[in-house]
Design a protein around this ligand. Sequence first.
Ligand code: BG6
Length: 518
Amino acid sequence: MTNRRHDEPDAMEILCVEESPPDCGVVVFGASGDLTRRKLLPALFNLHQRRLMPESYYVLGYARTDYSDQQFRDLVGQALRESQPQAEPDQIQNFLQRCHYQTGDYKDLAAYEGLSQRVSSLDRTHATHGRTLFYLSTPPSLYQAVVSRLFQVGLTSQEEKTGGWRRVVIEKPIGHDLLSARKLEAGLGKVLSEDQIYRIDHYLGKETVQNIMVLRFANAIFEPIWNRQFIDHVQITAAESIGVGSRAGYYDGSGLLRDMFQNHMLQLLTLVAMEPPCSFAADCVRDEKIKVLRSMRPFPGGEELGQWIVRGQYAPGTVDGQRVAGYRQEEEVSEQSVTETFAAAKVLVDNWRWQGVPFYLRSGKRLPRRLTEIAIVFRQVPHSVFTPLLAEDFLPNTLVLNVQPEEGAHLSLQAKRPGPKLCMGTLNMHFNYKEAFGGRVPEAYERLLLDCMLGDQTLFIRTDTVEKSWQLLTPVLEQWRKSPVDEGNCRLHAYPAGSWGPQAAADLLARDGRRWRI
Ligand code: BG6
């Protein structure tokens, strides 16, 4: 359904392309866990409040902890009241009525028989016609076991005639490297078809990230200049001020490249660099994204790698005026840990559009502030008519897409300062999502869960993308593993918490006569 609404203030025309999901059930594995409490249930509740959930639906939590439906509802209710203090108690109550719970082990087949009966019974009560979404909010080591058991008890089979679909949502990490990812993917592929697998990258659900495609392909002014003739380079930064917190158990065996680059950073890059898709249909978009990854120049091996990608680890320092520990002093982290908490890379996309335009990617923990942005830095003017100023005296135009914390965009232009003399300065055209459109910006998980129910895989990662991303990064991880950490080009650079990372990250751009915007 396409809605055209002209009733907005300021005559702003709103074009909506949105459908309501069909009636279905949502089964959450790992229902007693942190992600479920912090993200999934609040997202489902927000969709409920915004009347975006199906007419009829149920939520079934599944985990090992022994709860009754009522105990589960009490926990969900408490989590919702904490995360959304303004929510109407009636709305919460209404949502809780649809929540149920099933206790069970993740590997025990008999428990899945019980689950299957419960799903059938809820399916009948709520008239959801077999449509079931299974959200695996479990440790990734259980993915294979869970989907195989679901298959064994018939919960993955789809009823073509009645449209009774069965879908499975999984989160990263999908594998630890190329081989393990292939193994997991092959296992999933044995029991599920690709259109049943929804691999979440929550960055793709962020409003400003979704807006990249709208900005590029719903406006005529950007595409003609979105190429090597006009763009000098692109900078993508995803900075966090937090440290590893209580996640060291996972993070220390993973590190920043796996945690942020293999998924979020490469996805942001593909959205900026992709060609216009044939349509906004899932596979058209994903076909274009995979082409970007295929065009990415592989990182060189050996010592030369250090000229292209830099790794760092935070040392003690000060963030937001507070002294904070270094990574090696964090709880559950070994004093000898060589896990990187920062990476900066120069990436080249070898195709007609981007030949010679570097994409600089940077992400890290314990940087000065939380900031995710994509900066498109345009070329300098070819010639200055304002002598004695030279062309290089004018700052290049930069289009910054602010992903977070402020969601919006700004474009910097050179402008004349008011006054009798000819003085110039930088003018920023600023657009802020909240100011422009009002209301709250929805959480990434809301969009993504809605898309799972709608059967729209546009914002989900396809298996070839998982494979290609690992193909690009596994050799880097291998080289880092083999290289000494305290000497040579590939060494692990310490950076004080609260800084923008090691000097080597700045050198990466300085060698090309450029610098990080921030
Ligand atoms: C997750 C990573 O995928 O993204 C975390 O595992 C990171 O380490 C988080 O903190 C960042 O997400 P956001 O939405 O806070 O930018």
